[in-house]
Design a binder for this molecule. Structure first.
Ligand SMILES: Cc1ncc(COP(=O)(O)O)c(C=O)c1O
Length: 378
């Protein structure tokens, strides 16, 4: 894991934390701050938001708030969580981008002054009294989704997100009739998108829709989706993404551009610490079992996501062939890695699963009545 120096430097502290208890998520706040600063250095935007869904730990939210990031939330409970942590925050600073949320939740957010994004044109008719008179954003389906797995590509008719471009004209008319002002357009094409020009392209698509239908739309929110390469892959060229967006801003300086990454800001800052419970051989296959599994970190099972995994107790030891790194959950899919080169392992060894700060603890469950890993920040 060459790109994760923080946990190598903190090996002793991590082993001490593991001695207290495993499984455990550990978040390194300096790395969170480092990513927030890198984003703001390399990508010039008018507003930087943090997609709170990626990691809701209070210290992570606090660290990102201190770096000037505003929250982007997808549920009323996320909004309530952020407001409980930041009582002085003006609700208008929160961007709420719900998808198939119930009417009462949307009504409450609007009533409390949160900035709300319309994700479904038909709600303008069905919930006319909820929307009437408000300034809103519209989430546009940019047509082509991108990302590391089909489940995280959020565009096209096969995706449940956003308003079809063909419906934007009718939406604009209906909004006018309800005295609803569309002051911003939003799109998020997917997560883990490798192309560096995606934010620039998305901004151009949104600007064209603003030109065609929404004269009051002065904000273009190009979503999140920055990738966090693992397995020794080259780091993402954030400066190139920044240049692509800067080119758009030069062409269309009248628009404000907002960005809202989640994963980029927190993934590398988190590891999952677990302990080896048992090692087993079946035929040629070596299984290394850990004291937590998909109940703590479901991304490998859900997306086939790659997480670097290291035997921290034997850091630097050569691989002793490959292993299936599995959890204790009663599902064949309960595996963190398949055929992964892995050193000798024994019961009690402490294992680090890297790049686990995003979409880890927030997606955890108590399946099999096994409590997921608790979280601690350092
Ligand atoms: C609307 C929206 N914005 C931002 C994000 C953050 O994406 P990422 O964590 O890939 O940056 C997501 C992720 O699902 C999203 O749905």
């Amino acid at each position: 894991m060459p790109d994760l120096p923080w946990w190598r430097a903190h090996r002793d502290a991590l082993l001490a934390l593991a001695d207290q208890r495993t499984p455990r998520y550990v978040y390194h706040l300096d790395t969170v701050r480092d990513r927030a600063r890198a984003l703001q250095t390399h990508v010039r935007a008018d507003r930087y938001l943090y997609a709170v869904k990626a990691n809701g730990h209070p210290d992570v939210i606090g660290a990102l708030a201190a770096e000037g990031l505003r929250p982007e939330c997808v549920s009323w409970d996320e909004i309530a969580h952020v407001r409980a942590l930041r009582p002085a925050l003006d609700p208008a600073e929160i961007l709420y981008t719900p998808n198939f949320a119930p009417r009462a939740e949307v009504a409450r957010a609007l009533a409390e002054g949160v900035r709300v994004t319309i994700d479904n044109a038909s709600t303008l008719d069905a919930w006319a009294d909820v929307w009437r008179g408000h300034d809103v954003f519209v989430r546009v389906d940019p047509g082509v989704g991108k990302g590391h797995h089909a489940h995280v590509r959020t565009a096209g008719t096969a995706s449940k997100f956003g308003v079809d471009a063909a419906d934007l004209g009718a939406l604009a008319e209906r909004a006018r009739a309800l005295d609803v002002r569309v002051v911003g357009l939003h799109a998020h094409v997917g997560s883990g998108v490798d192309e560096t020009d995606t934010w620039g392209e998305t901004a151009r698509i949104l600007a064209a829709h603003a030109d065609a239908h929404f004269p009051d739309a002065r904000v273009l929110d190009v979503g999140g989706g920055l990738p966090v390469p693992t397995g020794g892959a080259a780091p993402f060229d954030l400066a190139a993404a920044g240049r692509a967006l800067a080119a758009f801003r030069t062409e269309r300086p009248e628009f404000q551009v907002w960005v809202e990454p989640g994963r980029y800001l927190v993934a590398d800052a988190g590891v999952l610490l677990a302990r080896v419970t048992q090692v087993k051989r079946k035929g040629d296959v070596r299984y290394v079992g850990l004291d937590t599994g998909m109940n703590s970190l479901v991304r490998p099972a859900l997306y086939g996501a790659h997480h670097d995994i290291v035997n921290l107790s034997r850091l630097g030891a050569e691989a002793e062939g490959v292993a299936e790194i599995v959890g204790p959950i009663c599902e064949t899919g309960d595996a963190f890695a398949h055929a992964r080169p892995f050193p000798h392992a024994e019961e009690g060894d402490v294992v680090v699963i890297g790049t686990a700060g995003a979409y880890g603890a927030v997606m955890a469950s108590s399946y099999n009545r096994r409590a997921p890993a608790e979280e601690v920040a350092m």
